[in-house]
Design a protein around this ligand. Structure first.
Ligand SMILES: Cc1cc2nc3c(=O)[nH]c(=O)nc-3n(C[C@H](O)[C@H](O)[C@H](O)COP(=O)(O)OP(=O)(O)OC[C@H]3O[C@@H](n4cnc5c(N)ncnc54)[C@H](O)[C@@H]3O)c2cc1C
Length: 416
């Protein structure tokens, strides 16, 4: 005998949690299915911890031929290419390149902004309800520059976001040092985004959202999304503890969503930007007060509960390619020049996978050929930021409420 709920959410990362909590808030009964019986154990576990309320334009594919050539030779520290993965990724990357042209980039920025603008308020409300306000930290984050050229470029990028209402403060060397006295003189200045929230422990934040979901009557069931099937007017999933049935299903499987959608006949230009993290002990009493991006080298160091967490930029590789320490090993010497890093604290680097679509927008909306099936994935560099607000938009659509933002830019049909 199956247990019945209104909705099964597949995946217990920030995106699945956001969808489940938003559906609950509209009176729906929800079970979250994950292959592990904990929340935020995958990509949502090891990220940089910034609720990026300043984000406007997505990270784009380089357009300058010299920059492309440097990256293609693995000489740009901001990215690492696994050459053996390129044949499988070429189609999606070509579309990413085209979607990075000025006009589509502008469109993606407008669409992203509609979601990002509400992200901080959504997290504040959830964390307060979960009694986890202490896991969201004020103080924003900083982009630090090494050279006048980097500074000019970084400031120009910040200036581009001003019409979207993004507040930022340019920092000269002294102002940077006043905020972060333990950065070395390698940094000549920076930009401070003061409004974003940051978390010292993304996994603990996810656990607190799960506890809230459970306190509101939700269940996290252990099982494999591959055991989902259509049944009568709805859906059914087998789990080791018995089957669950529901009229509606939300796919929020993060990096695994592309392959899962393919099993249902939706062939999307889905690709991954993988990233690693490593924790370091601070040098003596020296630490950081907020995340600081080494702008020209493309990685961030964030003060976390476990130590100073270095998170790398994009590794272009397939889902199951073996982890490699190459990118982290390239970046660590740069990081030691700039930050007060002592010894490594993790036995090996953690690997995560940013789920991406070429226009750097998520898919949020109905699966066109399956009644009661909904998609909520592809949140690229911003899944922590966007999980709860994406859930709100999805819940608006699923319950027939007027969506708070135009859902058209996120629909699946945009890929033809
Ligand atoms: C290095 C790095 C730094 C980042 N920094 C930031 C940041 O500062 N701010 C920000 O907003 N975003 C950041 N991101 C992006 C963000 O972490 C992701 O976009 C986000 O975590 C994706 O969440 P998700 O819920 O979609 O996926 P996940 O967190 O990966 O969750 C997917 C879930 O699906 C489950 N699952 C998969 N397959 C199955 C199956 N067959 N059956 C059942 N369950 C299954 C998994 O167990 C997992 O729990 C960063 C990412 C990386 C890699």
């Amino acid at each position: 005998m199956s247990r019945n709920v209104d909705c099964i959410v597949l995946g217990a990362g920030f995106v699945g949690l956001g969808a489940a909590l938003a559906l609950q808030a509209r009176g729906r009964s929800v079970v979250i299915l994950d292959r592990r019986e904990i929340a935020g154990a995958e990509t949502s576990f090891g990220n940089t911890g910034i609720v990026q309320s300043e984000a406007v334009f997505p990270y784009t594919f380089p357009r300058d031929p010299v920059e492309i050539a440097v990256a293609a030779l693995n000489r740009d520290p901001r990215a690492q290419i696994r050459f053996s993965a390129l044949p499988a990724m070429a189609g999606a990357l070509w579309r990413y390149f085209r979607a990075s042209a000025p006009a589509p980039r502008e469109r993606s920025g407008q669409a992203l902004r509609a979601l990002v603008a509400g992200a901080v308020a959504e997290h504040r409300a959830l964390a307060a309800a979960a009694g986890a306000g202490g896991l969201l930290r004020e103080g924003g984050w900083i982009k630090a520059f090494r050279t006048p050229r980097g500074q000019a470029r970084g400031l120009a990028e910040a200036e581009e976001t001003r019409p979207f209402g993004v507040a930022y403060v340019p920092l000269d060397r002294d102002a940077l040092r006043a905020l972060e006295p333990n950065l070395s003189d390698v940094a000549i200045g920076g930009v401070h985004f003061a409004d974003p929230l940051t978390t010292p422990d993304p996994a603990a934040l996810a656990a607190s959202y799960l506890a809230l979901f459970r306190a509101r009557g939700g269940v996290l069931a252990e099982g494999d999304a591959a055991r989902l099937s259509q049944s009568g007017d709805g859906w059914r999933v087998e789990t080791p503890a018995g089957p669950w049935a529901a009229r509606e299903v939300v796919v929020a499987l993060g990096p695994w969503s592309g392959a899962f959608a393919r099993t249902l006949g939706y062939n999307l230009p889905f690709f991954l930007k993988r990233g690693y993290h490593m924790h370091y002990a601070p040098r003596g009493n020296e630490g950081l007060s907020r995340p600081v991006l080494d702008y020209e080298k493309g990685y961030v160091v964030t003060p976390m509960t476990r130590g100073l967490r270095l998170t790398t930029g994009a590794e272009f590789a397939r889902l199951d390619d073996a982890p490699s320490s190459a990118h982290l090993d390239r970046l660590e010497p740069f990081a030691r020049e700039l930050y007060p890093l002592a010894e490594r604290r993790d036995a090996k680097p953690w690997l995560g996978r940013r789920p991406c679509l070429p226009d750097m927008l998520p898919v949020i909306g109905p699966a066109p050929r399956h009644k009661g099936l909904w998609f909520d994935f592809g949140h690229q560099h911003l899944g922590l930021t966007l999980g709860p607000i994406s859930g709100r938009l999805l819940a608006d659509m699923m319950t027939g409420a007027a969506p708070f933002a135009d859902p058209a830019p996120y629909c699946l049909d945009r890929f033809g």
